[in-house]
Ligand binder design. Structure first.
Ligand SMILES: C[S@@+](CC[C@H](N)C(=O)[O-])C[C@H]1O[C@@H](n2cnc3c(N)ncnc32)[C@H](O)[C@@H]1O
Length: 404
């Protein structure tokens, strides 16, 4: 597969990036040497500082970024539970910064580097807590990103506040941003998310458990391999929301490889960057165990907007509904007659009234509403049962698709 890209904002050169056909099937590799040519290392874990590593990737080459950067937790000393056992918190050197301005410089550097490798329509998710997310948000906006949502990950099983001096810290925040305000055609699988959510729009508050049980990577001594391993369900929702199968997902703070494991399972490619070789090895071993789901299980259901448009007259022309047929709503409270030109005439007080209009307009008028989807509102009686006229539209669509 060859990927064409349009060049960076500063240089308008066209460049092509080659991708070997077999690269998606390969096991993830760990790459330590920085390559001199800008070749996309599909499904690889790059070892090193993400700012430096990102500078060696081709511009405008990734479809989605998920970043779980150091939070700069500023923990002061060990935290104990009431029974005096010590809480296994985040005390690693990689999470420590000498000052807020030091943290801001680091954030500005990696976000700038990540933005360069994002395709014009790519988006980025950055997760954080109250310690860092406000600083990250400001810097995202200062660098020209365009914030689309802030998503609250509400933890089903948060750690209690042992000292009883504050509210239980029960959520983290993810900022979802487009590369710029001009980004209009970014990926958002709205219909698929809605279909998987009881046909309700997916909300910006996500209720998910933290990573525990068998999903948590453990050392031989039973300790955590990584202190901040994210739950796969969180990454699955991110990736399913904002990418397509075959897309390339970048994670510049790869840790235990949660992004890579989920990307592989969902038929996406990934590039991970991680400074710590032990984490990178754990990630590589973890990803090698993942089996991608079959294509039928990951293909996004076609959105209603992508289905071919069908006019009501076409349903009449196909002989599925005849001029003169009477349509009703599902509760048989309203009736309208089908006219030869594809409009409806509303029955009022038993009489065919002089109110004529489209299936949508007459449906809205019948209910006294500003708008109505006539396809799902109006039904045709056939053999004693009511069928929504949307079923007849479906038959026409099937015939159209079969003819393509
Ligand atoms: C919050 S953790 C990410 C955890 C990961 N999301 C997971 O599920 O395992 C941040 C990771 O970034 C790595 N890291 C910190 N600074 C880095 C840098 N400048 N370049 C590359 N990796 C870095 C740390 O070693 C750590 O593993």
């Amino acid at each position: 597969m060859r990927i064409a890209r349009a060049g960076t904002a500063s240089s308008k050169t066209q460049q092509k990036v080659s991708r070997p056909e077999s690269s998606r099937a390969r096991l993830p590799a760990v790459q330590t040497a920085v390559p001199s040519s800008p070749v996309l290392p599909f499904n690889q874990i790059l070892i090193g500082d993400c700012v430096e590593r990102l500078e060696h990737l081709p511009a405008e080459s990734v479809d989605l970024v998920f970043a779980d950067p150091p939070y700069n937790l500023q923990l002061e000393g060990a935290l104990s539970r009431p029974d005096q056992s010590v809480v296994d918190g985040v005390d690693e050197a990689w999470d420590k910064f000498s000052s807020f301005s030091d943290y801001d410089s680091f954030t500005r550097a990696w976000l700038t580097a990540a933005r360069r490798v994002m395709k014009p329509d790519a988006t980025i998710f950055v997760i954080g807590s109250y310690h860092n997310i406000f600083r990250v948000g400001t810097i995202l906006q200062d660098l020209g990103f365009w914030i689309l949502n802030d998503i609250v990950w509400r933890k089903a099983n948060p750690m209690p506040n042992f000292r009883g001096r504050r509210f239980t810290n029960a959520h983290e925040t993810m900022i979802w941003a487009a590369k710029s305000a001009e980004t209009k055609s970014y990926t958002f699988n709205y219909e698929a998310l809605k279909a998987g959510n009881e046909d309700c729009q997916m909300r910006s508050d996500w209720f998910l458990p933290i990573c525990t049980g068998t999903e948590r990577l453990k050392n031989d001594d039973g300790g955590k391999v990584h202190p901040t391993q994210k739950p796969e369900a969180l990454l699955a929702r991110v990736i399913l929301s904002a990418s397509h199968a075959g897309d390339l997902v970048l994670d510049p703070f790869f840790g235990s490889g949660t992004t890579g494991a989920v990307a592989k399972r969902l038929g996406r490619s990934f590039i991970g960057i991680e400074r710590d070789t032990a984490y990178a090895k754990a990630a590589r071993d973890r990803i090698a165990e993942v089996t991608p789901l079959p294509e039928t299980a990951i293909a996004v259901a076609p959105s209603k907007r992508s289905l071919p448009r069908v006019a009501f007259t076409e349903v009449i022309e196909a002989g599925l509904i005849a001029a003169g047929d009477i349509l009703t709503d599902a509760q048989r409270r309203h009736r309208a007659m089908v006219r030869a030109d594809g409009t409806l005439s509303l029955f009022a007080a038993g009489q065919c009234a002089a109110i004529i209009g489209s299936i949508h307009k007459i449906g809205a008028l019948a209910q006294g509403l500003p708008a109505c989807n006539g396809w799902t509102f109006w039904h045709l009686e056939k053999n004693g049962a009511l069928a929504p006229i949307d079923e007849m539209r479906g038959q026409i669509r099937e015939a159209m698709q079969a003819a393509e």
